[in-house]
Design a protein around this ligand. Structure first.
Ligand SMILES: C[S@@+](CC[C@H](N)C(=O)[O-])C[C@H]1O[C@@H](n2cnc3c(N)ncnc32)[C@H](O)[C@@H]1O
Length: 211
């Protein structure tokens, strides 16, 4: 489902910052060589992630779901000097290529790329996070939220991708995964420790701020 008319989307992209050469390369490589390229954030969402990060100026960013590194590099565009982005992905198969993209980035020294299950890794991370991007297995969104929340700085932000699930969130008879995402959205809406907003961009981004 397209939330925005294709022509309008082209207009929006034409009047939005373009991707850097490296992001363009990752985008192209992913579409040519990697399974499920639709998972990549892409031009408009990437610029939104970058803009949000530049407004926050986070010192420590956590990303759950690196994939080919596109969103990681977008988020790094706002990192404070001396800051760090920790990005976790369970898929080792593409890790060499992803590391080679990171090496080409001017943020390379600020990236800690960890291969493994995010649920095992996050509890071992010592730092607190100023910005978190949750973009991995939807079944575990709620668990990720619960393990990340105590490590989120006061006033810190969590962004969660795909919360509108191609519009399936409105289905009367929801399949299992859609139900999981709907339950997650309801959980956030009912959590008075946070302020939240769904940005109806691409597949829907839930923006959460710890009060
Ligand atoms: C939607 S993609 C991430 C896209 C990326 N953030 C971007 O915008 O370019 C989801 C990623 O989550 C990873 N993933 C799935 N389950 C995971 C888990 N338990 N721990 C860590 N990563 C996981 C997948 O391997 C996949 O690369």
């Amino acid at each position: 489902m397209d939330f925005i008319d294709k022509k309008l989307l082209s207009y929006v992209e034409l009047h939005t910052d373009s991707e850097s050469n490296l992001l363009e390369e990752i985008n192209r490589y992913t579409h040519l060589h990697v399974l499920k390229p639709r998972m990549l954030s892409g031009h408009l969402q990437g610029r939104i992630l970058s803009f949000i990060s530049r407004m926050i100026r986070p010192k420590i960013i956590l990303e759950i779901g690196t994939y080919t590194g596109y969103s990681a590099i977008c988020l790094l565009e706002g990192i404070k000097d001396g800051g760090k982005l920790i990005t976790i992905d369970i898929n080792e198969e593409i890790s060499e290529k992803v590391s080679s993209f990171f090496k080409k980035s001017k943020y390379n020294k600020s990236i800690e790329y960890i291969i493994g299950d995010a649920q095992d890794i996050i509890p071992r991370v010592k730092q607190n996070f100023d910005l978190v991007f949750i973009d991995a297995d939807k079944e575990n969104y709620s668990k990720y939220y619960d393990i990340v929340y105590p490590k989120l700085s006061k006033g810190g932000f969590i962004l969660v991708d795909n919360v509108l699930w191609s519009g399936k969130i409105l289905d009367k008879k929801k399949d299992t995964l859609t139900k999981v995402i709907d339950d997650f959205n309801k959980k956030i809406q009912e959590d008075n420790r946070v302020s939240n907003l769904i940005l109806p961009v691409r597949d829907g981004i839930m923006m959460i701020q710890k009060k």
